[in-house]
Design a binder for this molecule. Structure first.
Ligand code: AVI
Length: 320
């Protein structure tokens, strides 16, 4: 696609809307009802997530940004000048700015499922970094995908910050890493942020903030279902619940039904009992060794890892 300096190119892979309906209906039918966390990120959900990242209790974002700032020059050396940077789930494309201050890539390809959000973030970034060719790709990165033409032969580095890898089940995470290894190709690398295992109190606070932003983020999923799938969830009939499950090494988010109630979605009725939950997210936490093992099983070689003084968060560089 043609591209002007300071203007992003936009590649719309049209991530299928049909799957939202299928995934919600099949998830509501399971005995432990569940909906994949990728559906949090509609326009409002993406904005609420940005607000979560600013919360005093939510340490991952600021800790990772500190690591990127502090060790950016070292990370840039691992990545190498002239690589094509591919970010999976770029959101507002804020963290990449720290890397772009330390590195001049051949191009930056932000991939995100949230179309409008991606479009505006890419436009702002292109305005602020006119020397970087930006190709925004609207796609669901949890599904197989190819890069827009012209990038296949270039050396590439993946960027997957924020510990979004933790929102996959470990086996799905391994499959995802295996797929992006194939997408990036031999000689490429991956800079990936991974939240570390730690005491439950800190984790529970991070997912139960005082301002109730995480609760609003969780409940927004019901609003989205009401709007897009002809649902009638009573938003006051469900409550946010988040708790670290240390046996599984993950924070679980649920929406708890506060009463016996019937909910209709897409003309189908679902009975909720008081106390019954809809499981909306897992956020797995990994020790450095656990994550390196996972990455190795997907064909990556761990090269370096950076952590903060309190061992809250880790950023790994892996090579292929
Ligand atoms: C995007 N992801 C890494 C966040 C997390 O911590 O698992 C999503 C989130 N859920 C609640 N707060 C933040």
């Amino acid at each position: 696609s043609s591209q002007k300096r300071g203007e992003p190119a936009f590649h719309d892979y049209r991530p299928a809307q049909a799957r939202f309906r299928e995934d919600v209906l099949s998830g509501l039918t399971k005995s432990q009802r569940r909906i994949p966390p990728k559906y949090f990120y509609d326009e409002k959900g993406s904005r609420l997530f940005d607000a979560i990242c600013q919360l005093p209790e939510y340490y991952p974002t600021r800790t990772e940004i500190q690591l990127l700032k502090h060790y950016g020059a070292e990370m840039a050396e691992y990545i190498g000048e002239g690589s094509v940077l591919v970010e999976f789930g770029s959101g507002s494309s804020l963290k990449i700015r720290v890397l772009l201050d330390a590195l001049e890539p051949a191009a930056y390809l932000p991939i995100d499922i949230s179309r409008e959000h991606l479009f505006h973030a890419a436009k702002r970034l292109a305005g602020d970094y006119p020397g970087v060719a930006i190709h925004a790709v609207c796609a669901d990165y949890s599904q197989p995908l190819g890069l827009p033409g012209g990038f296949a032969e270039k050396p590439k580095a993946g960027f997957f910050p924020g510990s979004s890898i933790g929102n996959f089940e470990p086996e799905e995470a391994r499959q995802f890493l295996t797929r992006i290894a194939a997408l990036l190709g031999p000689g490429s690398g991956l800079l990936i942020g991974v939240d570390l295992k730690k005491e439950a109190a800190l984790l529970n606070a991070a997912y139960n903030d005082n301002q109730g932003i995480t609760a609003a983020f969780n409940l927004n999923l019901l609003q989205r279902i009401n709007r897009e799938l002809e649902g009638n969830f009573d938003l006051t009939g469900f409550e946010h619940h988040a708790l670290y499950n240390s046996a599984e090494g993950r924070v679980e988010m649920h929406l708890v039904s506060l009463k016996d109630q019937a909910v209709t979605v897409n003309n189908q009725t679902f009975q909720f009992q008081a106390g019954e939950t809809l499981h909306t997210e897992n956020s797995y936490k990994y020790s450095i060794e656990e994550f390196q093992q996972l990455a190795s099983s997907a064909g990556f070689q761990p090269q370096q890892v950076w952590t903060d003084r309190e061992d809250l968060f880790s950023v790994h560089y892996l090579s292929l």
